[in-house]
Design a protein around this ligand. Structure first.
Ligand SMILES: *[C@@H]1O[C@H](CO)[C@@H](O)[C@H](O)[C@H]1NC(C)=O
Ligand SMILES: *[C@@H]1O[C@H](CO)[C@@H](O)[C@H](O)[C@H]1NC(C)=O
Ligand SMILES: *[C@@H]1O[C@H](CO)[C@@H](O)[C@H](O)[C@H]1NC(C)=O
Ligand SMILES: *[C@@H]1O[C@H](CO)[C@@H](O)[C@H](O)[C@H]1NC(C)=O
Ligand SMILES: *[C@@H]1O[C@H](CO)[C@@H](O)[C@H](O)[C@H]1NC(C)=O
Ligand SMILES: *[C@@H]1O[C@H](CO)[C@@H](O)[C@H](O)[C@H]1NC(C)=O
Ligand SMILES: *[C@@H]1O[C@H](CO)[C@@H](O)[C@H](O)[C@H]1NC(C)=O
Ligand SMILES: *[C@@H]1O[C@H](CO)[C@@H](O)[C@H](O)[C@H]1NC(C)=O
Length: 742
């Protein structure tokens, strides 16, 4: 009776443990029984060959017993439960019992010995679970052990007796007194238990004190010991009983999962969302549904989606839950944010959300980075520009010039301009500021910060060798001051070719004003004379022409472009390598010797005078061959004595014959082929000044100052000496070719 009761209790416990795992969906092939009594039979297990995956999974249900018994077809074990998830089967095993017969004076071997053996040899499905089973020897004294299919000892333990008050003293769970247990190794295929018999003699009196009547050995699920002997071990039992043994099952036709995946024909994991996995400590594999799915992975379509939203206890969600195939979303209700899977995880939405914060942060970061890069770039560019400027400044002799300006006393209003100043003054060299263009460069009108109007000459290029002398020339020019010289106010050396800043002369050039009064020529002559004599070394212009004589608002003449001229060579060796100047004004001697002298300027100035008197251009490029050069036409005319015809009608009218004679004499000397025969610039200036006064105040001749009389007397004297000489006259047409470099 007690045996049956205990058995029932054990079964009930097992059933309780296994029933909650009964899933909602089908677990068995259609047409196959899915239960034996209360025990569920999920596929791959099945009653009958056609319902099981293979013969190893085949079961039988014996309905002659009540409740019906589930039996493993191949090995005849009785099963009390099956679990797909755990991969376990619970088999029922009778404990081996031996009870002492005091009459017989020995243990009587019970007749249920065969039922206490569990034979899994050759099974393709079941193995003893090493993890979940314990070998137990109960009663004392007892030495229990078991052997496997190779007839070798596998494991065992000894339980001893103590003269204690059994029952009242808590001795703990099965730890050696009255009961012992041991773990078992894996890969066991047969369980055959034994108990060692002791020879009861005088020596072992103590050992045999307080013995139990019966002793047992069996293999049992670990939890059974914990439950049954939790508080108190009933060592002194005499009944027959069965215990649950945990069996691991797996598909073992193929050694492992990855190999099974490659042979789909025998692959047990069917349908979508199912996959195989390797099992511990043994060959074979089992199947399971993918995450988010549940059901029977061994059946086609056996894995179905878990509706997580309906299982709040497993998948907590305190917000809006939405089920997805294989997954679910749990979000906070609208207008709130946070973690909806936690209680009170959702809070009123912060308008400045984390995403927005991140975006803002990144934006600001990116902006700052870009700004920094740009700033650095600008810095580098500016540095480069400054370096370039400094290089040009040094190249152009800026340091030398600064040094000279410091040591050479007053700067005379001359200063070194920066590029920025000039750009500002000319509105970044705007096209509408251009005053004139020439072969040398462009002249811009500029307004400085102090409202001074200036003319800025931006040259096209400059020779390397010139740059060294440039600073010196600048310095000397800056020291000079004459009302008829266009004043050089400063220069800018921070560019490749230095820019020159001149005072602005408002009324155009003499060239443009050629119909005006010739008297201006006297002022120009004075200026040239000043430049020749006042500076040391003397400053030569080198390019005297009407286009270079400017007129201010009071029509005062101002000689311009001194900055572009060369210094007169003080050394014999210093000879210009290039002839520069303007056709029609060039000193023939200069062309031949390449040496610019103050007399070259005298020649050029004489051409200017001639232009003024005749109101004709120095060179007519479109005229007939004979009248192409004004100088040659004039000298020819003088030879034939009909030069008066050439003169401008107004000049003829206003000039007395005497004055004309004087001026023609001056001109012929100035235009002489031989530089030495030409008058100095000073002489030219003085004579022109005298002629001017004489023309303005003819009465002064009578009552004027002695000086003036002297001058006029001198003038008379020249006219006496005046005579024409063939070689004085330059005939440009006759043969010579000239090289010009402009
Ligand atoms: C069913 O169980 C009874 C009694 O335990 C036994 O006699 C009978 O042979 C069993 N039937 C099968 C098919 O195993
Ligand atoms: C003890 O053994 C004797 C002799 O074999 C037997 O007659 C007797 O029934 C046994 N007693 C018990 C309780 O088994
Ligand atoms: C165990 O079963 C196998 C075959 O199922 C058999 O050959 C072997 O003899 C059995 N062993 C025992 C001890 O019953
Ligand atoms: C075991 O139980 C029997 C009777 O059920 C009793 O006579 C015996 O003294 C007990 N032995 C121990 C060690 O408790
Ligand atoms: C244990 O054995 C001793 C000696 O044989 C005996 O005196 C004692 O009463 C026994 N105790 C129990 C609980 O049987
Ligand atoms: C799986 O088994 C195959 C042969 O059965 C073997 O070659 C392979 O190494 C095994 N893989 C693993 C991971 O054990
Ligand atoms: C695939 O498995 C089946 C049954 O398990 C077997 O008969 C067949 O030989 C296997 N094929 C390969 C290629 O391993
Ligand atoms: C399921 O959704 C969660 C978040 O809702 C996500 O973290 C997880 O990666 C998803 N799992 C699958 C398999 O899609």
């Amino acid at each position: 009776m007690a045996t049956l009761q205990l058995q029932t209790v054990a079964l009930a416990v097992l059933l309780l443990r296994l029933t909650p795992e009964t899933p909602a969906s089908a677990q068995q092939l259609s047409g196959c029984p899915d239960k034996c009594g209360d025990i569920s039979i999920p596929y791959p297990f099945g009653i009958g060959a056609s319902c099981a995956l293979d013969s190893g999974f085949e079961l039988e249900c014996n309905h002659t017993n009540s409740p019906p018994r589930l039996i493993v077809s191949t090995h005849r074990q009785q099963l009390t439960g099956l679990s797909l998830a755990d991969g376990e089967a619970i088999a029922l095993l009778n404990a081996k019992r031996e009870c002492y017969n005091s009459t017989y004076q020995d243990f009587n071997k019970n007749d249920e010995s065969t039922a206490s053996i569990m034979n899994l040899t050759g099974s393709t499905t079941y193995r003893f679970s090493a993890a979940r089973n314990r070998f137990v020897a109960l009663g004392c004294p007892n030495l229990g052990y078991f052997i496997d299919s190779t007839q070798c000892y596998v494991s065992g333990c000894t339980s001893v007796c103590r003269p204690a008050h059994w029952g009242s003293v808590k001795l703990g769970m099965c730890t050696g007194v009255g009961c012992c247990q041991s773990k078992i190794p894996p890969y066991i295929d047969l369980f055959e238990p034994y108990m060692l018999s002791f020879n009861r003699g005088e020596r072992y009196t103590k050992f045999y004190d307080n013995t139990t009547t019966c002793r047992y050995v069996f293999l049992v699920e670990d939890k059974w010991i914990e439950k049954t002997y939790r508080d108190y071990v009933d060592y002194n039992r005499t009944d027959n009983f069965a215990v649950p043994v945990v069996l691991d099952w797996a598909v073992r036709s193929i050694g492992n999962c990855s190999a099974a995946r490659h042979n789909r024909t025998g692959y047990a994991c069917r349908g979508a969302h199912s996959d195989c996995f390797d099992i511990r400590d043994s060959e074979g594999y089992r199947c399971r549904c993918s995450k988010g799915y549940q059901g029977n992975p061994y059946l086609d379509g056996g894995c179905t989606d878990i509706d997580e939203c309906r299982r709040k206890d497993e998948y907590p969600c305190y917000g809006v839950c939405r089920n997805l195939p294989g997954n679910y979303t749990c979000e906070c209700p609208p207008e709130t944010s946070g973690d909806a899977t936690k209680k009170d995880g959702c809070r009123k939405k912060d308008r400045f959300t984390l995403a927005l914060k991140v975006v803002t942060g990144i934006s600001v970061g990116v902006f700052l980075s870009v700004f920094m890069c740009f700033w650095l770039y600008l810095g580098i560019q500016k540095r480069k520009l400054i370096t370039t400027k400094q290089t040009f400044f040094e190249q152009n002799g800026g340091v030398l010039l600064q040094h000279q300006m410091c040591s050479g006393g007053g700067t005379g209003g001359f200063r070194i301009f920066s590029t920025e100043e000039l750009e500002k003054a000319t509105n970044s060299f705007a096209a509408d500021r251009v005053l004139g263009r020439g072969g040398h460069g462009i002249v811009y009108k500029g307004v400085l910060e102090d409202k001074t109007v200036v003319a800025i000459k931006k040259s096209k290029m400059m020779e390397e060798t010139q740059t060294n002398e440039f600073a010196r020339e600048m310095f000397i020019l800056s020291q000079l001051n004459h009302r008829n010289v266009v004043k050089l106010l400063g220069c800018c050396l921070e560019v490749e070719v230095p820019m020159l800043v001149y005072e602005y002369v408002s009324n155009g050039t003499l060239y443009h004003y050629i119909h005006g009064k010739d008297s201006k020529a006297a002022e120009s002559a004075e200026a040239l004379s000043y430049m020749h004599s006042s500076a040391s070394p003397p400053i030569l212009h080198g390019d005297v022409k009407t286009a270079n004589i400017l007129l201010d608002d009071k029509l005062n003449a101002k000689v311009s472009d001194f900055g572009a001229s060369k210094l007169a060579p003080t050394d014999e060796a210093e000879i210009a390598t290039m002839v520069q100047g303007t056709c029609g004004y060039l000193d023939p001697e200069y062309i031949m010797t390449c040496q610019l002298t103050d007399k070259s300027d005298v020649y050029s100035f004489s051409v200017v005078l001639l232009e003024l008197l005749t109101r004709k251009k120095a060179l007519y490029l479109d005229g007939s061959e004979e009248s192409r050069s004004l100088v040659s036409s004039f000298t020819k005319a003088v030879k034939t004595g009909c030069h008066r015809e050439l003169l401008d009608s107004q000049v003829r009218k206003e000039m007395t014959a005497e004055m004309l004679k004087e001026i023609v004499h001056l001109l012929m000397r100035g235009l002489s082929m031989n530089g030495e025969e030409r008058p100095t610039m000073k002489e030219v200036a003085d004579r022109l000044e005298m002629l001017r006064r004489y023309q303005q105040h003819p009465w002064a001749q009578a009552e004027g100052s002695p000086e003036e009389n002297q001058s006029l007397l001198g003038m008379e004297q020249w006219s006496v000496n005046f005579q024409y000489r063939q070689q004085d006259v330059l005939d440009l047409e006759e043969g010579s070719t000239y090289m010009f470099s402009l």
